[in-house]
Ligand binder design. Sequence first.
Ligand SMILES: [Zn+2]
Length: 138
Amino acid sequence: MNLILDIHTHTIAGGHAYGTIREMAQAASERGLKLLGFAEHGPKIPGTIDPFYFRNLIVIPRNLYGVEILHGCEINVLNDGTLDLEQELIDKLDFGIAGIHVQCYENVGREKNTDNLLSCMANDKVFSCRIPTTTIHR
Ligand SMILES: [Zn+2]
């Protein structure tokens, strides 16, 4: 398999990983990836990034070491079927990943969990990217 992208990554900026943005991009370049998406956790998980990070994403270069950089968030699904990041900030992202994490979600059974996940996936940015399809299918 020839992987060209990884859009589910975390960095030290988000408080839940240990590589810097530049270290991650360099490693992606060395592995031949074309696209790298940073998806720091949404604000409801303890120890993660302040929502201001998502307002300030414009300072992160869109290309590092020859790798195209995408701005994302692993947005937490909450028990009421909503996401834990304001829509205004979601709108600034290239993509969102809907994530269920025990730190901010109580298991309410398969059917309700699925309903909550589907409700969050109805958001236009969740599981969607502004990646040109020609890039994806290379
Ligand atoms: Zn993750």
